[in-house]
Design a protein around this ligand. Structure first.
Ligand code: PGA
Length: 255
């Protein structure tokens, strides 16, 4: 399958930004700018913004995502949010295993895997984030790190479920730092991820998976990054909070 047949997906990751009223205002700016997009457009927003975001995106081509979910259906997990809660409120996608969760909140490949399985079982589409630290790249173990994350994070995910999985390659050293991976570096690792998927599943299943790049992607570098064969979209942090910049990235993915 060639790139043109894969679904291009541009997803904003708002992180811990915007109150509900601010979320409505930003989506009201974004939605008219991306209405003719020839790719999937998603805004992943903080939990408390979801209701307002779903309302603001109603009748538009923008889908709303969450930034995490728990693996249990319910129970004694103070402060957590279940997949059922997200489903009912109108969420379609969920970011899982973001490096900030791994770095600051003790997320491991095991918990990313549990969340991924739960999201899929609930009919949510997980955007599973993988990526190496700077020192791991310097030690030349990027491929080992990525192979391990892919294998563990997708452990026990069936070939059928894989159709609903999006992978985001986010080199940790490029997130929020203004340091973008070069398009060749992004392509190299995204192609490696696809090769790992082919090994774990098969080539056809791997070819159908949307693989995003994330890490300081913006309106200035999106064209170049998205021109690469195995870069099918972007997970956008900082630039997703500025409507014009986000819309420019969506436009680049629509070509
Ligand atoms: P950034 O964040 O675009 O601000 O680097 C990307 C991300 O963390 O998903």
């Amino acid at each position: 399958m060639d790139k043109a047949k894969r679904k291009a997906i541009i997803a904003g990751n708002w992180k811990m930004n915007k109150t509900p009223s601010e979320a409505t205002a930003l989506l009201n700016e974004i939605t008219p700018l991306v209405k003719d997009a020839d790719c999937e457009v998603i805004a992943c927003v903080p939990y408390v913004d979801i209701a307002a975001a779903v309302e603001a995106a109603k009748g538009t081509n923008v889908k709303i995502g969450a930034e995490n979910c728990h693996w249990a259906e319910s129970g004694a997990f103070t402060g957590e949010i279940s997949t059922g809660m997200l489903k009912e409120i109108g969420v379609e996608y969920v970011v899982l295993g973001h490096s900030e969760r791994r770095q600051y909140f003790g997320e491991t490949d095991e918990t990313v895997n549990k969340r991924t399985k739960a999201a899929l079982a609930a009919g949510l589409k997980p955007i599973v984030c993988v990526g190496e630290l700077l020192w791991e790249r310097e030690c030349d173990i990027t491929e080992e790190v990525i192979a391990r994350q892919i294998k563990l994070d997708l452990w026990d995910v069936t070939e059928d479920e894989l159709k609903n999985v999006v992978i985001a390659y986010e080199p940790v050293w490029a997130i929020g730092t203004g340091k973008t991976a070069t398009s060749d570096q992004a392509e190299e690792v995204c192609a490696f991820i696809r090769a790992q998927l082919a090994k774990l599943y098969n080539q056809a299943a791997a070819d159908a998976v949307t693989i995003q790049y994330g890490g300081s992607m913006n309106d200035g570098n999106a064209d170049e990054l998205l021109s690469k064969t195995n870069v099918d979209g972007g997970l956008i942090g900082g630039a997703s909070l500025v409507a014009e910049k986000f819309a420019a990235i969506v436009k680049a993915a629509s070509k």
